[in-house]
Design a protein around this ligand. Sequence first.
Ligand SMILES: N[C@@H](CCC(=O)N[C@@H](CS)C(=O)NCC(=O)O)C(=O)O
Length: 215
Amino acid sequence: MHKLYGFRVSNYFNMVKFALLEKGLEFDEVDTMPNQEEAFKAKSPMGKVPCLETDQGFLSETSVILDCLEACHPNPALMPPDPFTAAKVREVMKVLELYIELQVRRHYPEIFFGEERSETAVVAAKPVLEKGIAALKRMASFDPFICGEFSNADIMAAYTFVYAAPVCQAVYDWDIIAAVPGLQAAMDATNARTAGAKVAADHQAALEALRQARG
Ligand SMILES: N[C@@H](CCC(=O)N[C@@H](CS)C(=O)NCC(=O)O)C(=O)O
């Protein structure tokens, strides 16, 4: 039995949860905020979430966890069987992570925590995001999913754009989903899957609970 540490508002947590559900694996969610306690860092060395407890031990870093799940539980497949084709899917996932998600995250203090806008972040992130979006446009086939068959790239995209889209709209008045023709339809199909609908419902409920708690 796996245990998934993290919280339901976290986009990275939801990527791993999505994959666990897709693979029909049993798991418990352990509601955990990122923290620097020694006991948690023994599980997740950077103190970040998600972190997955497996029969063999703990794993952190979303793409690593997704790779491990794929290797240990290959059916149903979330990656293509051919190594090069699988690497092309990982290439898309890297672009999503490094050049979209991590750039958008620089604006989280302003958008989600009410801090002052960082003009440094506004100026620095925009050209990287532009290149990331252009790269995604170039790499994606949308045939019908981002890399053809449904894959981890779709899971990562759904829970990258869930925050990246509203953040880019708010900061840059830029609709990054419309900037990639085909992306909205692929994400709709992703979120309509049984696993996707479950993750989305839990995510929305957690967001609503957070809004209520903040007043
Ligand atoms: N590279 C990590 C990033 C995970 C991450 O940033 N998670 C956030 C929550 S969504 C977190 O733990 N933040 C706390 C921190 O950065 O210290 C991964 O791929 O899992």
